[in-house]
Ligand binder design. Structure first.
Ligand code: ATP
Ligand code: MG
Length: 412
């Protein structure tokens, strides 16, 4: 029997409710914060991601699904959406006359990683991008939005880690300094980190190998930010404190994508164990310029939805699925009339189901209960001849006769 590919999962009807609740909450709060949805293609020219995410990153080197299509083009399944959103922003001249463009997305991403709990090869992200301002209050707003979204979902004990990577110049200074600092440690790092230390030393601090993390644990990170970036970072911290969002400054947090500048952050949940990051984001003030647009500061984040749902499993409130009406048929001859009535209910916005297997009335009533029907309409021959049906309120258990033409009104 064929099976779903390793690292991919079906989201089944029994589980979809949680996904829909999370998406509905997200759409709600994103709209309150002024974001509009964008849907970009799942396939893109591979160079879009190689250039933006960086060719020394794990995502590009090891995780990206790349294939050559029938026209010989180099195509990637998107491993993340920021690069795609920026491409769409530029290609469609979305800046036009507005100073800030706020976009959100929900959709699948693809990374060829070793599957484990909270780590899949196809996973979903929901995220936002605010393009057009370097104001530190926008950083604050973005992090507050992520925090409020979690609180709205009922998740409260999350942790916000914060850092600043500075501007282009600061980043270069940081990289230069740590290339030297890392030298004595090279012997205790994995082979890849040896490579990383040459190509982009910051990647060493993002290595998932525990031995590497242990080896560099003792390295103290100095503040190498220029005056402007230091002030920006102070303003972000001040704004977060004013908004009541707790955070921890984590100087070693460099994030796994090259395009980040200035503010970066990660949100983790204690309910998740090893793979505890549910959200990550930051500023990418040079990406738009690097992709051929005019220099435009921007910031965004992405939530991993599988992890969000794992963390929220017992916290996100869900009402049991139900239907409005179940049509029970006492006589098979009335099947067509029942079907007609069911169509009338549905046309009027009521969810409705009926028996299709000629089961006994008793077993149909059990089915109505199982479907959590609010009402059951029973069609019996004797009543039908008098243009009546029996309407049963499944909450109170009361039942009464109702005229065929009244029953819809009664239910509504
Ligand atoms: P990790 O450290 O877990 O590999 P990352 O730094 O690669 O995460 P980002 O690229 O920042 O993750 O993506 C943002 C969020 O997307 C992560 O915090 C996580 O919740 C989710 N995510 C990333 N990769 C996966 C995956 N393979 N499976 C499920 N969720 C993922
Ligand atoms: Mg990763």
């Amino acid at each position: 029997m064929l099976k779903a590919l390793r690292g991919t999962k079906d989201i089944l009807p029994d589980d979809i409710g949680m996904w829909q609740v999370v998406e509905a909450f997200a759409r709600d709060i994103f709209s309150i914060y002024g974001y509009k949805e964008i849907r970009t293609p799942i396939i893109e020219d591979a160079s879009l991601f190689i250039r933006s995410i960086g060719d020394a990153t794990d995502i590009v080197r090891k995780e990206m699904y790349i294939f050559t299509d029938r026209g010989g083009r180099n195509i990637a399944l998107r491993p993340e959406a920021t690069a795609s959103v920026v491409r769409a922003y530029l290609e469609n001249s979305m800046a036009q006359n507005q100073d800030l463009t706020k976009l959100f997305y929900i959709g699948p991403m693809f990374r060829s990683e070793r599957p484990q709990k909270g780590r899949q090869r196809q996973f979903y992200q929901l995220g936002v991008e605010a393009i057009g301002s370097d104001n530190p209050l926008l950083d604050v707003e973005t992090i507050v939005l992520a925090a409020r979204f979690l609180q709205k979902l009922g998740l409260r004990d999350f942790k916000v880690n914060l850092n600043s990577l500075g501007c282009e110049k600061d980043k270069q200074a940081i990289i230069k300094k740590y290339r030297d600092i890392i030298k004595p440690y090279l012997g205790s790092l994995c082979a890849e980190c040896g490579e990383r230390s040459k190509k982009n030393v910051l990647r060493v601090f993002d290595c998932k190998n525990e031995k590497c993390a242990e080896a560099v644990k003792g390295i103290k990170f100095d503040n190498l930010l220029c005056a402007d970036c230091a002030e920006h970072f102070e303003s972000v911290k001040k704004g977060l404190k004013n908004s009541g969002v707790d955070f921890i400054v984590e100087p070693k947090m460099v994030r796994g994508l090259d395009y980040y500048t200035k503010t970066v952050f990660e949100i983790s949940s204690p309910d998740l164990g090893a793979k505890d990051a549910i959200c990550a984001g930051g500023r990418y003030n040079n990406l738009i310029r690097d992709m051929g647009g005019k220099a435009t500061p921007a910031i965004g984040f992405a939530f991993g939805m599988e992890r969000l749902i794992l963390a929220g499993k017992d916290k996100i409130s869900m009402s049991a699925p139900s239907i409005a009406v179940f049509m029970a048929i006492a006589d098979k001859a009335l099947e067509y009339d029942a079907f007609k009535m069911m169509s009338l209910f549905r046309d009027n916005g009521l969810s409705c189901e009926m028996d299709r297997e000629g089961r006994s009335l008793k077993s149909q009533m059990r089915k109505a209960q199982k479907l959590n029907a609010r009402f059951t309409v029973i069609l019996g021959e004797e009543e039908f001849r008098r243009d009546k049906v029996i309407l049963k309120d499944m909450n109170s258990g009361e039942q009464k006769e109702a005229g065929m033409d009244e029953v819809l009104k009664e239910i509504i």
